[in-house]
Ligand binder design. Structure first.
Ligand code: GDU
Length: 309
């Protein structure tokens, strides 16, 4: 059976591809390598270096390979870039997603599994932690706005054309292959800098709380969504909050880093706290996180050590 993974050369997408191939699926990857890397690509996947906005090419790929499932992970993934360049963000995250949705309907895709954001969708005025899906989204960045728009488009396409979908709202995903050079992905950034013996910067007082979820757990949620959770939205997080200061300490111990952090002014637009309630995913997808933070960080450090050798 053929499945399509957009963003399959990226951090999370490439892990989804690996698992699908391990399970015997024929995997077609569409990735324009804007942030994805060829090294991440599974050699048993069929690869198109292609932007999802390219309607003609998407038509060709869908009619040639007839994917039964679409895992949509291609995105302009930086919140900061979305603030600076909302048009570019919308071209990929809104228009690109719409092209895929149209093709999915036209070619009879069985299910569309959409990677959304838990971190950027609920906004600043949340009162309940861990936050459940019943909290009304109030995205405060073009990135969050685009992700939420696609969630609403999915609802529309389901009602109007019977498209089946599942939305997965991720917490802060970390693990092997996360890019340590971007502006986001604090675990990758800290790990790389500590292993190189470089300065580590903490923005603000370091008391900003996030919910860090290991990439393998996120992959499992994607595969479970093939069978379950039709036309529903799920938080994929751990329900556990960790401050940047705590994260620094944990990684310092694992890597053997011997310097103190350097505190910098707070980063614009950072929410103080984000923790996701995953009760619904547990009940309806049979999903729960399996890798505790300490273990996931060890696995991540091991990976980064190897890439530096
Ligand atoms: O060098 C750094 C980098 C980050 N941070 C802090 O670490 C925390 C986490 O920052 P990230 O950039 O890793 O992630 P965000 O919480 O900003 O999350 C955003 O980036 C994520 C990427 O990992 C996801 O895309 C998520 O949906 C989106 O909201 C923040 O308090 C940030 O200020 C530092 O102190 N120093």
């Amino acid at each position: 059976m053929n499945v399509l993974v957009t963003g399959g050369a990226g951090f999370i997408g490439s892990h989804v591809v690996d698992k699908l191939i391990e399970n015997g699926y024929g995997v077609i990857v569409v990735d324009n390598l804007s942030s994805g890397k060829v090294e991440n690509l599974n050699r048993n996947a069929l690869f198109y270096e292609q932007s999802i906005e390219d309607e003609e090419m998407m038509e060709r790929i869908f009619s040639l390979h007839r994917p039964e499932y679409v895992f949509h992970l291609a995105a302009q993934a930086s919140v900061a870039i979305s603030v600076r360049e909302p048009v570019r963000d919308a071209e990929t995250n809104i228009i690109g997603s719409l092209v895929l949705l149209e093709k999915s309907i036209k070619h009879g895709v069985k299910k569309f599994i959409f990677s959304s954001t838990g971190g950027a969708i609920y906004g600043e005025n949340v009162k309940v932690f861990p936050t459940p899906e019943t909290e009304t989204p109030h995205p405060i960045s073009p990135y969050g706005i685009a992700k939420y728009s696609i969630e609403m488009y999915l609802e529309f396409f389901a009602r109007e054309y019977g498209l089946k979908y599942t939305v997965l709202r991720y917490a802060n995903v970390y693990g092997p292959r996360q890019d340590p050079y971007g502006e986001a992905g604090v675990v990758a950034i800290f790990t790389e800098r500590m292993l190189r013996g470089e300065e580590v910067h903490i923005f603000g007082d370091g008391e900003y709380v996030r919910d860090y979820v290991y990439v393998d757990d996120v992959v499992r949620a994607n595969l479970l969504a093939m069978e379950k959770g039709d036309n529903e939205v799920f938080n994929i997080g751990t329900g556990r909050g960790t401050t940047v200061n705590q994260l620094f300490k944990l990684l310092k111990e694992i890597t053997g880093y011997d310097k103190e952090p350097v505190y910098k002014p707070p980063r614009k637009g950072d929410v103080r706290k984000s923790i996701l309630d995953y009760t619904k995913a547990k009940e309806k997808l049979g999903w729960e996180p399996k890798i505790p933070l300490e273990e996931g960080l060890k696995l991540t450090v091991e990976y980064f050590r190897k890439t530096l050798e």
